[in-house]
Ligand binder design. Structure first.
Ligand SMILES: [Zn+2]
Length: 148
């Protein structure tokens, strides 16, 4: 199941979380027609909700990112097996790839390089990702998300 999103400007944190879950999510797309874009438009704007009567649009009610994420997941019936956690750059939405540890020796902090074996990088913005304490915290949040 391939689900892509477009999140409007007010939904920055939600967009970030959807990328963490591995969904192709463009942020602040300007004016797009959800029926034509091939993406599910996430909006908090009533005017837009009323303008496009389509199932390609989800009107987000909550102002809390975790609740917003739950709204999206429940509306679309997304289950844990559908997500590909930490496969996409949080900053620019590009898929990230495994990178040879030795090639980034001078780029990451010493203690990280010494304690981590697995690194990934975004080919677009060159940001480097590894399993850190933030990953653990995110995983706990994600687990909670699918418990309810
Ligand atoms: Zn990137």
């Amino acid at each position: 199941m391939e689900i892509n999103f477009a999140a409007e400007k007010t939904l920055g944190k939600l967009a970030k979380w959807l990328r963490i879950l591995g969904f192709d999510t463009i942020y602040d797309p300007g004016i797009i027609n959800p029926a034509e874009s091939g993406r599910i438009l996430l909006t908090r704007t009533k005017r837009i909700r009323d303008e496009y009567k389509t199932d390609k649009l989800i009107f987000i009610k909550s102002d809390k990112p975790f609740k917003q994420l739950q709204e999206v997941i429940k509306t679309l019936g997304i289950v844990y097996e559908d997500i590909k956690t930490f496969t996409r750059c949080i900053k620019c939405n590009t898929e990230i790839r495994t990178i040879n540890k030795n090639s980034i020796r001078s780029v990451v902090p010493d203690y990280v390089w010494e304690n981590q074996d697995s690194f990934k990088t975004c080919i677009e913005c060159k940001r480097i990702y590894w399993q850190g304490s933030h990953t653990k915290r995110s995983m706990e949040i994600i687990k909670k998300l699918f418990e309810a």
